[in-house]
Design a protein around this ligand. Structure first.
Ligand SMILES: Nc1nc2c(c(=O)[nH]1)N[C@H]1C(S)=C(S)[C@@H](COP(=O)(O)O)O[C@H]1N2
Ligand SMILES: [Mo]
Length: 375
């Protein structure tokens, strides 16, 4: 880490501290050190979220890392030999892979535990904008681990971020953001990404290199990765023991197993409380996604869940990323309406009417009521 030019960025002029890119109010809702994407900015956007509009979830602040000095150190009992280091140019010379994937915060939708279910939960009160989709390019983590000499008995890989150490509200120092990844997932579809939507990663999204762990809670996709410990013994960090498990009445005292896949969700590309003109046709756009499989079908209700209609899908559904859809609606009578969307994925996973409570408010997968006014 000595050779890194690694420092905190100056305070952003407006919005959350520690984020480098501009956060105009028409694109983002600020939440502490995080910035939520506003869904009403998406109509007309392609399948991927433009990088300047992609949500940011920072535990601390975005570090500015000199790509020429950056090195990825791979070490641990799960390697045949000593530690191996890779520079950015070396990674770029390895076989490259591109994939489309959403990154979604496990707490996305958390606000609806309070507003729809009257269940108070702490943490960032995301509506549904703690998600973005991109075309990622990089090298497979499996390729790097193989070149580093991973042994068959390896069980966990622990990527560590180069952002500042994370301090809890009570002052506890949790150290650098890091979360073990089981070898089975690490050797499957995980990418060490150096490009996003055809350009280099932005500092806020993990430059020079981040992990992209398709389908899994966003915390797995460690940004600004500086090292990977590969181990033949299970590894742990507060991010898989204290955070990002489900705690609560439905779960054992130590919590559920660490979170992996995200659940099925849907969102309208419309402001909550949007006003629509009566007596004309409105094309309601939205997107649905699932961490486990491609989205197969989406149904929309414009009357609070009484009648449901099949939405038109605009994308060939792919696992790992979202599917765009639309529904044409011609409301005649002025007044308040509640829109709903419910998606079903290829494994039959769908969206319930209520999400099962957990103390931290993760994985809100229930159908979200979307109020609009016709008039
Ligand atoms: N090093 C590091 N990696 C991190 C984080 C972080 O704070 N530090 N936040 C995680 C969380 S909780 C999420 S949801 C995603 C957000 O990625 P984005 O900011 O590029 O949208 O990054 C993950 N990777
Ligand atoms: Mo997250």
């Amino acid at each position: 880490m000595d050779e890194l030019e690694y420092h905190r960025c100056p305070q952003a002029r407006s919005g959350p501290p520690g984020i480098v890119k501009a956060l105009p109010a028409e694109w983002f809702v600020p939440h502490g050190t995080n910035a939520e994407m506003r869904w009403d900015t998406l109509p007309g956007a392609g399948p991927d979220t433009p990088v300047e509009r992609f949500f940011v979830r920072n535990h601390t602040s975005t570090p500015l890392i000199d790509p020429d000095g950056w090195r990825l150190r791979v070490f641990g009992s799960g390697l045949r030999g000593p530690a191996v280091e890779f520079g950015l140019a070396e990674l770029r010379r390895l076989p490259e892979t591109a994939l489309s994937a959403v990154i979604e915060c496990a707490g996305n939708g958390r606000r609806f535990y309070a507003t729809q279910q009257r269940q108070a939960v702490p943490g960032t009160p995301w509506e549904l904008g703690g998600i973005g989709a991109a075309r990622w390019r990089g090298v497979r983590l499996a390729e790097v681990l193989r070149r580093a000499g991973i042994v068959p008995g390896a069980v966990d890989v622990l990527p560590v971020g180069l952002d500042p150490e994370y301090l809890g509200e009570d002052g506890t120092n949790y150290g650098h953001v890091r979360r073990p990844l089981p070898v089975a997932k690490a050797m499957d579809d995980v990418l060490l990404a150096y490009e996003m939507n055809g350009g280099p990663l932005l500092p806020d999204h993990g430059a020079p290199v981040r992990l992209v762990v398709p389908g899994w809670a966003g915390i797995a996709s460690i940004k600004w990765v500086g090292s990977l410990e590969v181990s033949t013994e299970p590894l742990h960090s507060p991010w898989d023991t204290d955070f990002y498990r489900l705690f609560g009445p439905a779960h054992p005292p130590g919590g559920s197993a660490p979170l992996t896949c995200q659940v099925v969700k849907s969102a309208f590309e419309l402001a909550r409380g949007a006003v629509l003109e009566p007596g004309r046709r409105h094309r309601l756009y939205g997107r649905s996604w699932s961490g486990r499989a491609a989205v197969r079908q989406v149904r929309v209700s414009t009357d609070g869940g009484v009648l449901w209609h099949r939405a038109h899908l605009w994308d060939d559904p792919h696992p790992g990323t979202w599917t765009r859809w639309s529904f044409d609606w011609r409301p005649e009578r002025p007044g308040p309406y509640e829109l709903r969307a419910r998606a079903t994925d290829d494994l039959g996973g769908t969206q319930p009417d209520t999400a099962e409570f957990n103390r931290e408010g993760y994985l809100f997968g229930a159908v979200v009521g979307h109020p609009v006014r016709v008039g």
